[in-house]
Design a protein around this ligand. Structure first.
Ligand code: ZN
Length: 331
């Protein structure tokens, strides 16, 4: 069953490996996502995030531009297997031909430096989705998770009070005008609500689960799930163990496929089947995984089948819902 994955950090991994003098290819590599694994997992589309760590990158903007170049160098080298897409029409053309698609996103709106001109430049470069933050506050908004301070001295509190800045609110408007998906994953709770209040069209959470089942602050409350669903948006199930269940101290954190399906059942109950998608976070997570890489996606389909998801529901979660949102937002 053809799949769409809304978030992976593979380009960041390839970028890091290249910088360290051990370049690997998108065709076949030792990480979780490559073209061969995507084919084995029957992928139709992967959203590739350019993830920039604002505290570590010497020049975050330059780092993002180098990663975008790496994305183009790697993904344009195998045109018979995968095509870089910017519109829903291109996605559907590839889909019909049985060719995979690669869509570009940014994970860390701070790379725009609060400048809408840079946002538009990224759009021209093919970026069609962006998280307003990663784990650090930036010009646009405040993030939501316990995060180590840059000097390593302590942790940020989970952010619930501070949301979007004025510039962030203007970015939401401009992203919608351009036809770029607003991704609320990583935002603080107030930021999520600010986006849901301001945005007129669908909003997505590319890699977040249900807080009712795992208390990690990056997960979504039932009210958020409902609000995203009401807007016609989607939530990509994150495969990271800490997003799937709460572990006690010293307990081995393992990402279980059955837990992913539990989150799906909960989100289906709260928001309906139409708001579910996949957001693996592959190559951005380091826990032990039952489903180790993109090639093993069949494990998830089999578990959903066992849990009683109908063929139509599975198709919606694997690709149908995402294709609908792409049609609506990307044009
Ligand atoms: Zn992330």
């Amino acid at each position: 069953m053809k799949a769409i994955d809304l978030h992976c950090d593979t380009i960041g991994e390839l970028y890091r490996l290249k910088k360290e003098g051990h370049p690997q290819s998108i065709l076949k590599n030792s990480r979780m996502v490559d073209l061969e694994k995507m084919e084995a997992g029957d992928y139709g589309l992967q959203v590739f995030a350019l993830f920039v760590n604002m505290e570590r990158a010497e020049d975050p903007f330059a780092c993002c531009m180098e990663m975008a170049d790496l994305f183009y160098q790697e993904l344009s080298a195998y045109p018979e297997r995968i095509g870089i897409v910017r519109t829903s029409k291109e996605i559907e053309e590839n889909w019909a031909k049985g060719r995979m698609s690669a869509l570009l996103s940014i994970e860390e709106g701070g790379v725009c430096r609060g400048n809408p001109a840079f946002l538009r430049d990224f759009y021209r470069l093919g970026v069609r989705m962006m998280t307003l933050t990663w784990n650090y506050p930036n010009e646009l908004a405040y993030p939501n998770r316990l995060s180590r301070l840059p000097d390593g001295s302590g942790l940020f509190e989970a952010e619930t009070e501070r949301g979007l800045t004025e510039i962030g609110a203007a970015f939401v408007e401009e992203m919608e005008r351009l036809g770029m998906l607003i991704d609320v994953s990583h935002l603080g709770d107030k930021g999520v609500w600010d986006v849901l209040r301001l945005a007129k069209g669908p909003v997505i959470a590319s890699h977040s689960n249900a807080r009712a089942l795992a208390s990690f602050p990056r997960n979504l409350t039932d009210d958020m799930i409902r609000a995203i669903a009401e807007r016609g948006g989607i939530i990509g199930i994150n495969y990271c163990a800490a997003f799937l269940e709460d572990f006690g101290p010293g307990e081995q954190e393992i990402s279980r496929v059955s837990r992913m399906v539990e989150h799906m059942k909960h989100i289906r109950k709260v928001g309906g089947i139409g708001c579910l998608g996949l957001g693996s976070d592959f190559d951005g997570i380091s826990c032990e995984l039952e489903m180790e890489n993109a090639g093993q996606l069949g494990k998830l389909a089999r578990e959903m089948e066992r849990a009683g998801f109908t063929d139509g529901e599975m198709e919606a979660v694997f690709s149908g819902n995402a294709r609908r949102v792409f049609r609506e937002v990307l044009g």
